[in-house]
Ligand binder design. Structure first.
Ligand code: ZN
Length: 365
């Protein structure tokens, strides 16, 4: 019996454009680790083939260092710690930023100041395990498609609303990475010419209007202007404008604060407008909205659906994509990364913690 050589994991070099590799029956029963690299923290989780997170650890990167070496140390430390309790056979890493098409290098990571970082091979050498690197929004979308609210849909778009916007496209059940691995950067579509300045260098990007940052910026502007409509929010923030955060506005909206509800209405409207643009280009059957801002649920999605219908091309004469909330919460990226690594898991290769401790670990819990 011959088995097809897997593509895309450490050692093979070539990415798979047409199909996502699927694990063999044997590999599908093995445990893999998903890693989620955030701005100052790294989360690691042991994930089974049903997408269940069996065990989880987190570590801050020391001194908030963003050097690749420190992040690699942190990842290795977490995996070795988890390997003391589980047999682990592959690692998937979700990283914010551009991941090259072969899923080996982080080409550019805005929050980590990484440039062409060969993360996959570096971590694979340390752990002696197959490693897959994926854009974090792609990883989250993969998890929602396999185990969350995207199940059963072949053509879907994911919009992750955190401080900015992350995006992913699944077409015919395949993640669309683009020629250079950079597809799905919806947050930087221009929606308002000469609009708000964006960290990417342009003006008027979608994420300047439909994101946690936009929500907070608008609320704080009202508070700074001493608008009477911001009194409720300001009271919740003990009178301190800087303490008006996304979660605080969400809580206020859920409690019925009219200004907070209105702010979600505005952000939701921008969300719907952007999704109408995406529908014009991609024609998905389903749009999954995740990220911290989606905690507001229908307060965000209802205005988004209304704006979507108002701006959809061919409205009234075409089927419309459904807009739903993501189901897996903030572990989606970790679950998806672990699942994307599963096809490369090998029974006889598993993580073995080095004797004498795990260098680079800085804390867990
Ligand atoms: Zn931008």
């Amino acid at each position: 019996m011959t088995r097809a050589r897997p593509q895309g994991a450490a050692g093979s070099g070539v990415g798979s454009r047409r199909r996502e590799p699927r694990p063999s029956l044997l590999a599908s029963q093995l445990l893999t680790v998903g890693i989620d690299i955030g701005g100052t923290k790294v989360a690691a989780g042991v994930v089974d083939s049903d997408g269940q997170v069996l065990d989880q650890l987190r570590a801050s990167t020391p001194d908030k260092s963003k050097s690749p070496q420190v992040v690699e140390d942190t990842i290795a430390g977490l995996v070795f710690d988890l390997a003391e309790r589980h047999d682990l056979h592959a690692v998937g890493i979700g990283a914010a930023g551009f991941v090259d098409e072969s899923r080996a290098s982080v080409v550019f990571a805005p929050h980590l100041s990484w440039r062409n970082e060969p993360l996959r091979d570096a971590v694979s050498r340390r752990l002696r395990l197959p490693v897959v690197v994926e854009n974090d929004a792609n990883a989250a979308a993969w998890a929602e498609w396999r185990f969350g609210s995207g199940q059963g849909q072949q053509d879907l778009v994911c919009v992750t609303m955190g401080t900015g916007i992350g995006g992913a496209i699944l077409s015919d059940g395949v993640l669309q990475r683009g020629q250079f691995g950079m597809a799905g950067e919806f947050g930087h579509m221009l929606v308002v010419p000469q609009g708000h300045r964006c960290a990417c260098g342009n003006r008027g990007c979608w994420e300047q209007y439909a994101s946690g940052n936009a929500l907070v910026r608008e609320a704080r502007e009202l508070a700074v202007a001493e608008s009477p409509v911001a009194q409720g929010l300001l009271a919740r923030a003990d009178g301190d404008v800087a303490q008006i955060t996304g979660p605080l506005i969400t809580e206020a909206a859920k409690d019925g604060d009219p200004t907070a509800i209105e702010l979600f209405g505005e952000v939701g409207t921008w969300l719907g407008i952007g999704i109408a643009n995406l529908a014009a280009a991609l024609d998905p059957g389903l749009v999954v909205v995740g990220g911290g801002v989606s905690d507001a649920g229908e307060l965000l999605l209802q205005p988004a659906r209304e704006a979507f219908r108002r701006h959809l091309t061919g409205r009234g004469f075409r089927p419309e994509a459904r807009i739903v909330r993501a189901e897996l919460g903030n572990v989606a990226g970790l679950i998806g990364a672990a699942e994307l690594a599963r096809p490369f898991a090998r029974r006889f290769r598993r993580a073995r913690p080095p004797r004498g401790g795990t260098p680079g670990r800085t804390g867990s819990g």
